[in-house]
Design a protein around this ligand. Structure first.
Ligand SMILES: CSC[C@H]1O[C@H](OP(=O)(O)O)[C@H](O)[C@@H]1O
Length: 352
């Protein structure tokens, strides 16, 4: 993908701090916050200032750097600070496996740098380089996902997506949205239907914003309209991102994804999941084992800045749901499109 798509970057390392785009303020305000500590990053992830599995992992990687770069003493003390920062950041959100994948990678590399007897300054620089590598690798990974996904779409197709799996959820380009940017650059006309995605409205605030900025044909719909739009024959495919894919192909994604998958199956519409290999968790056997984050009631009762439900009403607010692998047509990764049986073919992806 050329740099045609200049989209907003979710995080930017700026020498001594992490400049983080506060996604809660989009689409009305573009504000980058200067983060200088582990707690700053923890709070940003917890409160969805940065969100989306790969973007969360990237932010956490820089959080580990921020939490260890001012340590004096020796490499052992630095390594303790790295592990302490990673442990804290691991408590920010439970579902997106990229958070833990990135933290594990940073801890393992830090241990290697210390074992290699690098100087303290050398360890710190090497760890920063690792966080930068995680971010730059994700850009290329998303571009490859876009290439493989676009092979599944034809000019004139209508494609529905749920939540935001775009440049704002990754280093750039996105996973589910990557093919739309590529299609736009190559003159392939795709019509995108974006679910607004209650309660936090990632679809309305972020996906519609990203795609409109890029000149992609996007139509915003309420979540409860997906079935009607499919029934009109306007949707030829569905593509979504994911926060964690279990070893059997069960998919954790934004709440409402399972409903979209059931509707797609009922209308014989292919349901694609786009993700980097870092979102595939072979250590989790099936979707029932994926921790589902529950968030505050206020996201539902006061989500538009005004109360829309009676005070004290009981609320259930799971941020994700599980789509059983039987509803998934294919999983699109940087290495190619993976088809069932997922319990076999996902392992093959990792050459296991
Ligand atoms: C490319 S990962 C995008 C993924 O993350 C979103 O969740 P959240 O906005 O709560 O971080 C949603 O599940 C998207 O599909």
């Amino acid at each position: 993908m050329s740099n045609e798509h200049k989209g907003l970057q979710s995080v930017i390392w700026a020498s001594e701090q992490l400049d983080l785009l506060d996604q809660r303020l989009l689409p009305e305000q573009v504000v980058y916050l200067p983060l200088v500590s582990v707690e700053d990053v923890w709070e940003a992830i917890r409160h969805l200032k940065v969100r989306g599995a790969p973007a969360i992992g990237i932010a956490a990687a820089y959080g580990v750097v921020l939490g260890s770069r001012h340590v004096e003493g020796d490499a052992a003390q630095w390594l303790d600070a790295v592990n302490e920062a990673a442990a804290r950041l691991a408590t920010s959100r439970p579902t997106a496996v990229n958070l833990f994948w990135a933290l594990d990678r940073m801890k393992a590399r830090a241990a290697q740098f210390a074992a290699d007897n690098l100087s303290l300054a050398g360890c710190k620089q090497a760890l920063l380089d690792e966080a930068i590598a995680i971010q730059s690798e994700d850009e290329e990974t998303c571009r490859l996902i876009g290439e493989h996904a676009l092979d599944l779409f034809q000019d004139g197709m209508g494609v529905l997506t749920h939540c935001n799996a775009g440049g704002l959820a990754t280093a750039k380009y996105g996973t589910a949205l990557a093919p739309f940017y590529l299609a736009q650059e190559r003159g392939i006309a795709l019509r995108v239907f974006a679910d607004e995605t209650r309660p936090v409205l990632q679809g309305a605030r972020l996906t519609a914003f990203e795609l409109q900025q890029a000149g992609v044909d996007v139509t915003l719909i309420c979540d409860n309209m997906a079935g009607a739009v499919m029934n009109k024959g306007w949707v030829n495919a569905v593509i979504v991102g994911t926060d964690r894919v279990a070893a059997n192909g069960d998919v954790a994604n934004k709440i409402g994804t399972y409903s979209v998958a059931v509707l797609a199956k009922a209308h014989n519409i292919p349901f694609y999941v786009a993700c980097p290999m870092s979102t595939i968790d072979l250590n989790t056997p099936d979707g029932a084992q994926i921790p589902i984050e529950e968030r505050d009631a206020e996201e539902i009762t006061e989500g538009f800045g005004k109360r829309t439900a009676p005070a004290g009403v009981k609320v259930y607010n799971p941020a994700f749901d599980i789509t059983p692998h039987e509803y998934v047509t294919a999983i699109i990764t940087e290495k190619g499109v993976i088809y069932p049986p997922f319990n076999v073919n996902l392992k093959k992806l990792f050459d296991l």
